[in-house]
Design a binder for this molecule. Sequence first.
Ligand SMILES: *Cc1c(COP(=O)(O)O)cnc(C)c1O
Length: 319
Amino acid sequence: MKNIELFSRPLAVTPIMPLSGNYTDNELYMKRDDMIPFSFGGNKARKAAEFYKEIIKSGADVVMTYGSNSSNHCRIIANMAAAMGLSCHIISPEENREILYNTKMVEQFGAVIETCPVTMVSETIEKRIKAYKNNGKKPYFITGGGHGNPGTESYVKAYNEILRQEEKDGIFYDYIFHASGTGTTQAGLICGKLLAGDVDRTIVGISIARKEEIGRAVVRDSIKEYLGEDFEKLYTENTLIFTDSYCCGGYGNYTSEIENTIDYVMKREGIPMDTTYVGKAFHGMLRYIDEEHIVGKKILFIHTGGTPLFFDYIKNSEN
Ligand SMILES: *Cc1c(COP(=O)(O)O)cnc(C)c1O
């Protein structure tokens, strides 16, 4: 197994930059997790840095995961496995077979893609793990999207990183906004907040797909799993804000207003955002700020990556 030096030490701090554009009557800042310097970065790179340690510990020779082969998660995991000299096996739903830049990269990294109907996912995963073991192999399975405690841990660390940046810059962010999908990023941020006792800060997850009830339940479960016996002591329902008001009816859907926001942010700030996650959540945040009449606050938006999807967007857009 080969090392990835970048993941063998603490990740470098990602920049927080003030935004110049005219968006709201608040001060807006962006934390650039899209600039994590591995495979186009993003929150999946942050999570992968934690899974990397687990894989090294386990002595695995096959890295397995679940997800669409056009996803940011699968790109990063396939890249990491290739860099480590390990084989990579991805179980992918046979629905939704779009060929995007991520798909091309996953192929280039040499990952094996096994497709199955979405209803057969868990049995396919189990069968494949068993088959590898019977062949004397040691698979390490990463839950889809980098869900699970190592993924949560990566955003507890990111939260603590924000605390150190605040101290250094002499600033306090009243709000943190970000795109919420599997909820791992949000769970990590909330655990970080609860463990630090930061009662004055509000974290808002903008759902990019899930309905509020299921989305909340999954974030809550991840928080509970991570905090263990401290959960009852630390957690209160009002620390978890997960809104589905801006998800445009589901995964991948977006509006021309979202496109306008993406185009403006690219021109005005030089920052690429995709339509599935970051652009959708950034636009949702602006609407939330407006609808909740938030003014005069310092607001931090976390750019969670997805840069290859930005290129798919401009390639296919008509503007
Ligand atoms: C996966 C992803 C998210 C969602 O993160 P979760 O931890 O699954 O909630 C947000 N932004 C981008 C770019 C992603 O790839």
